[in-house]
Design a binder for this molecule. Structure first.
Ligand SMILES: *Cc1c(COP(=O)(O)O)cnc(C)c1O
Length: 420
């Protein structure tokens, strides 16, 4: 079986663990930068310009946002907190796209105040936004398209026709007419129909679908869309036998579609965007934990000092995250359930998984935790969220978030005897 490699050595990891304390999430800065550059190279051909708006929810840490800003990305926000994080990291104006559903007025107000691109989820949100902004609309408005049965979904995001997001096809035409009549000057179109998708054709088809739709909007409504956002959803190879999406291929195939569809329709140059999060951060994060206990009952268990509060995906979706025991790789292997300490039986990082047989006290590395890892953390059972570190090679790193303390946990409780 193929394996997944670690970019650091065990002794580097032990040095960092001795300073930071386990568990922690470690993010590989150089690898994140290299991947971002490869992504941008694949779309360097776009005449109107290409930008990835990093989906902040994947890894909402301002040091990471600063890094993605440095490599030319914007931010994809869907809440007030995410807008504030981008603002602090220097991601401003049209480097932000605000996409949300069921949106509170104050979030629209903040997005507008920051000059963000606003992406609406429903026809009724046109008036809601207008009211929220005191009777005016921004100069630019984008719509989120839900293709419904035209597009097959996948396991995480579900079938588009079952999904709560976006406009139907007919609503789009009506919406652009409304925007035009209300004096909006610049128009965008967005869709987000994939999640963790490894088939490159999916993204090419999505681009073609949006290109065709932009042409149809021009023909039927006379509105020229200037910005097409193909959404995020590029998957990552969580399993060792999977392969990453070939970005260069996706870029070239989308170029072919662009030249075939947008150029003859007079819609070039068109700005293209994506809003990938997982693919930008996921593979470059590692949850580093230590073995606290082993037990053998009806099954064999390895208990870690991390739990589902540090990484929810396996417990929530049954997701696979590869596990390496750096001190024991190449030695005996054994089948275990790898658990955390929550009083919930789904607090398991792996079930019936053959891993290098660890000893108590060994470091265990859980792969691909850079996206929706720390971000989905929670405090059930009074578990504290871990530190995050940005690894810069060797034993160099930056602590980009300290671990929570009990004082943090109790900060909202005004009750004697809990503090200190
Ligand atoms: C989550 C999300 C993304 C990012 O998806 P990835 O799978 O991380 O690429 C982009 N856009 C919207 C609207 C999302 O909800």
């Amino acid at each position: 079986m193929t394996d997944k490699r670690l970019p650091f050595t065990l002794s580097q990891l032990e040095t960092i663990a001795a300073q930071v304390g386990t568990p922690f999430h470690l993010y590989d800065e150089a690898a994140m930068r290299a991947n971002a550059q490869a992504f941008y190279r694949a779309f360097a051909w776009v005449p109107g310009g290409f930008k990835n708006f990093f989906a902040v929810k994947a890894l909402p840490n301002p040091y990471i946002l600063d890094l993605v800003r440095q490599v030319g990305m914007g931010g994809d926000c869907s809440s007030l907190a995410e807008l504030r994080l981008c603002e602090a990291a220097g991601i401003r104006g049209e480097n932000i796209i605000f996409t949300s559903n069921d949106t509170p007025a104050k979030e629209f107000q903040k997005a507008d105040e920051m000059g963000a691109l606003i992406n609406l989820d429903d026809l009724s949100h046109i008036e809601f936004l207008e009211t929220a902004l005191g009777g005016r609309l921004p100069e630019f408005v984008c719509f989120r398209y839900n293709p419904g049965p035209l597009k097959a979904g996948n396991a995480i995001i579900g079938k588009p026709e079952e999904a709560k997001y976006g406009f139907t096809r007919e609503q789009l035409f009506e919406g652009y007419r409304m925007l035009r009549d209300k004096g909006v000057k610049r128009f965008g179109l967005h869709t987000m129909v994939a999640s963790n998708e490894l088939n490159p054709e999916y993204f090419v088809e999505t681009a073609q679908m949006l290109f065709d739709l932009a042409v149809e909007v021009k023909q039927r409504v006379g509105v020229r869309i200037e910005f097409l956002n193909l959404g995020g959803g590029i998957g990552i190879p969580y399993r060792p036998e999977q392969t990453a999406v070939d970005l260069a291929y996706v870029g070239q195939a989308i170029q072919t579609a662009y030249e075939r569809t947008l150029v003859p329709a007079g819609l070039a140059p068109m700005r293209l965007a994506m809003e990938c999060g997982r693919m930008i951060a996921g593979p470059y994060g590692y949850l580093v934990s230590r073995v606290l206990h082993k037990k053998a009952i009806y099954k064999n268990y390895v208990g870690l000092d991390a739990c589902m509060a540090n990484l929810m995906r396996p417990g929530l979706y049954g997701s696979y995250h590869h596990i390496t025991v750096p001190a024991r790789e190449g030695g005996a292997r054994k089948v275990y359930d790898v658990t955390g300490s929550l009083c919930e039986n789904n607090d398991k990082f792996a079930v019936d998984r053959e891993i290098a047989d660890p000893q108590i006290g060994d470091l265990v590395v859980i792969h691909d935790t850079g996206a929706h890892g720390h971000a989905m953390g929670f405090n059930y059972n009074g578990k504290l969220r871990s530190a995050e570190i940005l690894w810069q090679g060797g034993t160099n790193y930056k602590l980009i978030r300290r671990a929570e303390t009990l004082d943090d946990l109790f900060a909202t409780l005004d009750f004697p005897g809990l503090r200190g």
